[in-house]
Design a binder for this molecule. Structure first.
Ligand code: NAI
Length: 333
């Protein structure tokens, strides 16, 4: 089969070559986009990461695409409706980094609670004063987890290690888990009202778009912190900027941003497809960078050596399932 891989690193290419002998392979560290699609129009399988926007236009250019194998858990970068219509299977990596993303979430929480980012900035300048670096304990504080799935439950487990109280909001409840990890399911508004730190771990879709918005952010305690390692669109950036500017929030730590690909590649400003809507997000993201109680990491929560190896292993399993016409274990439905 003809299989194309985008957004790939060299070490991944070597491993894929070794494991997919006999197939016609194409590798690129670029994204799949309007330009690169031209090379792979006739391919059977395309594998991407999250910066390839597999939209309607891109899908319309493939002649016999059978499957999209995304090397991620989230699949909001793929037009699922259009893929379904065209009978293109979408396979993902449902669980590779639940502990990995949870560990990054705690790295962010601890960075905020102990002002690690500010301390580091100071000591590399040779300044060892501690004025303004007083933090707060996690022990006894309440952590509100939105989305108690694979990642959320690892965050809850870690929070218990810090002797925190844990509240959770999820559209599905697992009472066994609630008992086992000793947390409490509550409604979203109660979670927001009662948490000292709120962390997002739900998927991004039309129901979770701006789940935290001007109205819901107002319910949070004035000194509370918000952590987002899910997707930028779960959190209304304008609402966050306003809450921070008015000191209605203690701070934020974000691994994901709305329109994050734009702040990564500002050259896109010159593209004819650039819309004013994007510009608003870009300005808001720049504003976020100016607050000293905001920490931003560059969508890096998944990025541990172990997690990347697990992604590659599952991607290979997904490709075997397609090429050998097995049951598709990780088909996105
Ligand atoms: P999961 O599917 O195991 O868990 C998601 C949980 O959210 C489920 O329990 C689900 O019932 C719940 N949920 C769905 N809709 C909801 C709603 N409207 N309100 C409240 N809860 C809702 O997914 P997992 O593996 O825990 O990942 C969560 C998200 O984290 C992914 O969708 C992805 O966007 C993001 N992610 C980010 C990474 C990063 O590097 N920053 C890496 C991996 C995932």
């Amino acid at each position: 089969m003809k299989i194309a891989f985008f957004e790939l690193e060299k070490w991944e290419e070597l491993s894929l070559k070794e494991n997919l002998k006999g197939h016609d392979l194409f590798f690129s560290n670029d994204e799949l986009n309007e330009k690169t699609i031209e090379i792979v129009k006739d391919f059977d399988i395309v594998s991407v990461f999250i910066y390839s926007k597999v939209n309607r236009n891109i899908l319309s250019k493939f002649n016999n695409l059978k499957a999209i194998v995304t090397r991620s858990t989230g699949f909001d970068h793929i037009d699922m409706k259009e893929a379904l219509k065209k009978e293109i299977n979408v396979l993902n990596v449902p669980s590779y980094g639940e502990n990995t993303v949870a560990e990054h979430t705690f790295a962010l929480i601890l960075a905020l609670s102990r002002k690690i980012h500010k301390s580091y900035e100071r000591t590399i300048r040779g300044d060892f004063s501690i004025d303004g670096l007083r933090g707060f304990d996690l022990k006894g504080k309440t952590l509100g987890i939105i989305g108690m799935g694979n990642i959320g439950r690892h965050v809850a487990r870690m929070a218990k290690g810090f002797e925190m109280n844990v509240l959770a909001y999820d559209i599905k409840k697992d009472e066994k888990l609630e008992k086992k990890l000793n947390f409490k399911y509550v409604e979203l508004k109660d979670l927001l009202k009662n948490s000292d730190i709120v962390t997002l771990h739900c998927p991004y879709n039309k129901h979770t778009h701006h789940l935290i918005n001007k109205k819901t952010i107002r319910l949070m305690k004035k000194e509370a912190y918000i952590i987002n390692t899910a997707r930028g669109g779960n959190l209304d950036t304008e609402a966050l900027v306003q809450a921070l500017a008015k000191k209605n929030l203690g701070g934020a730590a974000l691994d994901v941003l709305e329109e994050e690909s734009l702040i990564k590649e500002e050259i896109q400003l010159l593209s004819k497809n650039f819309s004013k809507g994007n510009l608003k997000n870009l300005v808001e993201n720049h504003l976020l960078l100016t607050f000293n109680n905001v920490i931003i990491t560059p969508h890096n929560a998944f990025n541990s050596q172990e997690a990347l190896q697990r992604i590659l292993d599952t991607t290979l399993e997904n490709i075997y399932d397609i090429t050998k016409k097995n049951k598709l274990r990780n088909l996105v439905k």
